[in-house]
Design a protein around this ligand. Structure first.
Ligand code: IMP
Ligand code: MG
Length: 178
C-alpha cells in the first residue's frame, strides 16, 4: 500500500467485479441505442477504459474536461470547460462516465450543456457517490458504490493531481490535506 494511504476502501478485485456488473446492466439497457460514453477528464479515465471493455455493444467514446476543483479538497462551486467534446451529440444516447459525484455541481452543469445540444437521452454512471455532500439533486442511473464524506484517492481520483494511478481506492492520510 502507498505510504500516504490511511486505508483501502475498494481493492483491485472489488473494483473490477463492480465494473463488470455495471457494464452488464448498461449492455442490457442500451441494446439498439446509439451509445456515446462521455468521459469527464481526468478522473473518469481509468473507470471508462475498464467499463467499455466490458460493454458488449457498439459504442463511441468522447472526452470533456470541466473543472470545479483546484489543489483543494472542497468544491469552489465554479465550473469551467477546459476541453469540449470532439463530436456532435445531437440525437444520440449519452452516458456520462464520472469518477465520483460529490456536490453534483460539476455534473449538473455538464448535463445542462448536453441537453442544450439536443441529445436524445442523457444518463450518468459514476463509480462513487457521496450522497451526504449533494447540493444539487441529480438523477444518477448507475452507481458503483456510495461512500461517506471522506476524501478518497486512487483509480483515477487525485489529490493535487497525484495518486490517480493507484489500482485501488483509499482514504488519504488526513495530515496530507488538513
Ligand atoms: P462536484 O461538482 O462537487 O460533484 O465534484 C465532483 C468532482 O470533484 C469529481 O469529479 C472529482 O474530480 C472531485 N472530487 C470530489 N470528491 C473527491 C474525492 O473524495 N477525491 C478526489 N476527488 C474528488
Ligand atoms: Mg477531479
Amino acid at each position: 500500500m502507498h505510504k500516504d494511504i490511511e486505508k483501502i476502501l475498494f481493492d483491485r478485485e472489488t473494483i473490477s467485479n463492480r465494473v463488470k456488473e455495471l457494464a452488464k446492466e448498461i449492455t442490457e439497457d442500451y441494446k439498439g441505442k446509439d451509445l456515446v460514453c462521455i468521459c469527464l477528464l481526468k478522473g473518469g479515465v481509468l473507470f471508462l477504459t475498464d467499463l467499455i471493455k466490458e460493454i458488449d455493444l457498439d459504442l463511441e467514446i468522447d472526452f470533456m474536461d470541466v473543472s470545479s476543483y483546484g489543489a483543494s479538497t472542497t468544491s469552489s462551486g465554479e465550473v469551467r470547460i477546459l476541453k469540449d467534446l470532439d463530436a456532435s451529440v445531437n440525437d444520440r444516447d449519452l452516458l456520462i462516465v464520472e469518477d465520483i459525484i460529490d456536490t453534483g455541481v460539476t455534473l449538473s452543469k455538464v448535463v445542462e450543456l448536453l441537453k442544450s445540444r439536443q441529445a436524445k437521452s442523457i444518463e450518468i454512471v459514476s463509480f462513487l457517490n457521496k450522497p451526504d455532500r449533494r447540493k444539487i439533486d441529480m438523477d444518477v442511473k448507475y452507481i458503483g458504490y456510495e461512500i461517506p464524506d471522506y476524501f478518497v484517492v486512487g483509480y483515477g481520483l487525485d489529490f493535487d493531481e497525484k495518486y490517480r494511478n493507484l489500482p485501488y481506492i483509499g482514504y488519504l492520510k488526513e495530515e496530507l490535506y488538513k
